[in-house]
Design a protein around this ligand. Sequence first.
Ligand code: AMP
Length: 329
Amino acid sequence: MHVRSPFARPRPRRRARHLRDRRTGCARIQQVRTPFQVRVLFRSPHGAPLERARYAAAAMEDLFERARRAGKRALAAGALGPIETEQERLVDDGIPFVIRVVSSLARKEQAARSRPPTADPFGPWEEALFVGDAGDDHVLILNKFPVYEGHLLLVTRRFEPQESLLSTKDFEALAVCLAHTRALAFYNSGRIAGASQPHKHLQLVPEPWPGDTRAAPLESARQQGRSLPFPHASCATPSNPKDWPHAYADLLAEAGCSAAPAPYNLLMTHDWMMVVPRSREHYRGISINALGFAGSLLVRNHQELELLREAGPLRALTHVCRLGPSPRE
Ligand code: AMP
């Protein structure tokens, strides 16, 4: 198997032999691809071969920097429609939440309406939104309508349904992206879990998010030695990415979501993974996806903000979760 850095663009073999490290001027003499790393041998100016396994790492550290540059280009090309929001902080039972109130949802809704309902916006993805390859089977693209700067979508090259279970290949692509970047990755499995697009896509946002609280509810509750009121299964993220698919399968089983399609949200950082079983998309008209369980909710207007303030975010989150066992069990 063969996984490329998200930033490695295909180059003809003959040219690749003459590549140089821009910083050191060393000539690249060999490249070895492993599932989670690109190991590169360079010849130093003094002639000694010098292994630069950190070559891929350096590129990865630029994940969101590269996304920012791609975002600037996409914006200039008119391909990006950022959603402006105002932020409000709510603290519910000692747990901090950030509520974003949309001020330009009209633009997104208009764009959505202009597409036929069956259209797959990722098949193919818009070239102007391309950020990089993530292995043979996935690409990283910019979210066309970002609320968060640097919001990336990890999309399968070929169509797979959004309700399908995440595969080993999905986790390998995710590992490539997370290798040297702090990010929150999440997956909204199906419409009830808050997904708006049918083509399989994981999502990544920088962590911590600019202006947001660092403490997601799970971290916050753990720090306070408390449990969360909504049903969930969580664990520490295994340090070896090869163990991620097993950890995910265990969490799905614990949350009663093993039999696809069972709507759920997966959230994952370098520190923890969490699966939340879902029964409905909305709380009183407010659509909730994985980011809600990371402490960030999006509302369309101030009325919805007031609804959340009255009920409290934890109640809204609990309302959209599946409390009992999965109907398929
Ligand atoms: P979700 O709503 O969780 O399924 O995530 C899908 C994301 O795709 C949404 O946040 C949309 O803003 C975004 N999106 C919609 N259309 C496109 C498109 N043509 N290219 C890239 N992203 C898109």
